[in-house]
Write a protein of this length. Structure first.
Length: 176
């Protein structure tokens, strides 16, 4: 039996989530089923999520509660973010174990790890509990070295230049 494939998309450059969502599109084109679980990102008007929800065989769960800045910034506390991240990982574990998916995307899981919202052992337990030819894609900045070591494929997006630096605001259809 084939073992699960672990793919990590990380780095400071643009395109990590977009690449993972392209994998969902590719899988759907082959009649495969994909699960997307978003960490940190809160429900909102993201064009890619609206599109993913229209793709045959794609199931999407946006489970974050927004910007991770803590109570000082007026947002949810780190404990609230951690609770949301654990709920997202639990859902991903439950749905992946159902055997109904060929691809699982844990969007922003790397960032959740880097912020201490998820712990190493929690993610390793999730990965070690997977069976069969399933592929799992973990996106987000700051993927830890142990995760890259565990992964079968690692791609680091390198930011060479970004329009934010010139003061250009996020644009609908480009950043969201």
């Amino acid at each position: 039996m084939e073992k699960p494939l672990v793919i990590v998309l990380t780095g400071n450059g643009k395109g990590k989530s977009t690449s993972a969502f392209g994998q969902v599109l590719r899988a759907s084109g082959h009649g495969m089923k994909a699960l997307v679980v978003q960490f940190v990102k809160s429900p909102g008007e993201y064009g890619e999520i609206a599109s993913l929800r229209r793709i045959p065989g794609a199931e999407v769960h946006t489970m974050g509660i927004g910007f991770v800045g803590g109570p000082r910034g007026g947002g949810p506390s780190k404990e609230e973010h951690r609770k949301a991240a654990l709920e997202a990982l639990g859902l991903a574990r439950e749905r992946a174990a159902s055997g109904g998916f060929d691809l699982v995307v844990l969007d922003e899981a790397n960032f959740a790890l880097s912020m201490g919202l998820l712990e190493r052992d929690e993610v390793l337990d999730f990965l070690d509990g997977l069976n069969g030819p399933l592929a799992v894609v973990l996106t987000g900045r700051g993927a830890p070295g142990w995760l890259s070591d565990r992964a079968d494929t690692v791609t680091e997006m390198l930011e060479v230049k970004h329009h934010y630096a010139a003061g250009v605001k996020a644009r609908k259809g480009i950043e969201f």
